[in-house]
Write a protein that binds this ligand. Structure first.
Ligand code: FES
Length: 366
């Protein structure tokens, strides 16, 4: 069978729409038998969806898969489930909430993303932990359920924060995990705007609070991997707390869902005018060379010529547009998706990259 095409879209039928809270739903998508290998996913990956918007043309949004990943060696998934939280003014999330019903067909990209935990790679007796906020629970649901089912020796501590119990996504699913794995799954819930009968006092989960809380919950230094997911502020605060507690950067994995409060990208240094630059891009085994217009990202330059170039957010968040720089110099505006070892190895986000040399060559296939 041919390798799945990078960034390919297929039509998938909605099997179910479950309301989770007032402002979130879970969509279950049926995967036909002939596409199951293409939608084989690792726990923690996401799906981009696209539709023609009424005003802004094509709209793409990325949603994390919450269903467990299929076992290695078995069949690809017959169904995929994603969580969608309503974003104010969000064209796709409003559509998912108000219009999508079972039987509808959605245009869905094959799974992508490197915020993953491969159970086969977990060390013997591996102890993992996550700190998530709001809809950041979605990929962790897949990560935790897949790990604990595949590895009876593994343990997981999940620290989740939300505003109130009523606004908390996947309450039942997380409670089911607690029932199924009482000895190996530790759950800590912090509500920022509501007192809980049992549990921690209300308030925001920030750096200071986490610095005090985490050592009381688990042996911080022996955790094999930390997974941080949610809004920018929470993920940054959690990373600072962990670094302050002596956790190595390479044990921390991050996925940011909103970047509203993120610092603006640094202004561009004086560089080669992009009007003199050309980009050569390799995608699905085929290469082409095209001019880059002034101010244009490498992704947009490629997209003008190859409509199948992979992207979802165009905001430096989802990582779908990751490419390897084979030759030349590029500057990235912002990066909330690639880890340090990836940028050091030469990967960039094409949606955030601009040429700094006259010739740039990038490879989407690596
Ligand atoms: S398209 Fe999402 S990071 Fe580039």
């Amino acid at each position: 069978m041919a390798a799945p095409r990078h960034g390919a879209f297929h039509s998938l039928t909605v099997a179910a729409v479950d309301r989770l809270t007032d402002d979130s739903v879970a969509l279950t998508l049926s995967v036909p038998a002939e596409l199951r290998e293409e939608y084989r996913h690792a726990p923690g990956q996401h799906l981009a969806m696209r539709r023609q918007g009424a005003e802004r043309g094509e709209v793409r949004r990325t949603y994390s898969i919450c269903s467990p990943a299929p076992a290695a060696g078995g069949h690809g998934p017959a169904e995929l489930r994603v969580g969608v939280r309503l974003v104010e003014g969000g064209e796709f999330s409003t559509y998912a909430h108000k219009e999508v019903t079972p039987g509808d067909v959605l245009d869905v990209m094959v799974p992508a993303g490197r915020f993953v935990l491969d159970p086969a790679a977990a060390p013997e007796g591996g102890h993992y932990a996550a700190i998530v906020g709001g809809s950041g629970i979605t990929p962790l649901l897949s990560i935790v359920s897949t790990l604990l089912a595949a590895r009876p020796d593994a343990r997981f501590c999940l620290v989740r924060s939300d505003r109130t119990a009523a606004s908390t996504m996947f309450l039942e699913e997380v409670a089911d995990l607690k029932d199924r794995y009482p000895e190996r799954f530790q759950l800590v819930t912090v509500l920022s705007r509501e007192e809980q009968e049992a549990g921690l006092p209300s308030g925001r989960l920030d750096e200071e609070r986490l610095t005090g809380l985490l050592p009381a919950l688990l042996p911080v230094g022996s955790v094999a991997g930390w997974f941080l997911c949610g809004p920018y502020g929470l993920v940054q605060g959690a990373e600072r707390a962990l670094r302050g507690l002596g956790v190595d950067r390479d044990r921390i994995h991050e996925e940011i869902f909103h970047v509203d409060n993120a610092p603006a990208p640094a202004p561009a240094a004086a560089s080669v005018s992009s009007s003199h630059s050309r980009v050569t891009a390799r995608l699905d085994g085929r290469s082409g060379t095209w001019p880059v217009q002034d101010g244009e990202s490498l992704l947009d330059a490629v997209l003008r010529n190859r409509a199948d170039a992979p992207y979802a957010c165009k905001g430096g968040v989802c990582g779908t547009c990751r490419a390897f720089v084979v030759r030349g110099e590029v500057r990235m505006d912002r990066n909330y998706a690639l880890e340090e070892h990836e940028t050091e190895a030469g990967f960039v986000l094409a949606c955030q990259s601009h040429p700094e040399s006259e010739e740039v060559e990038i490879d989407f296939d690596r």
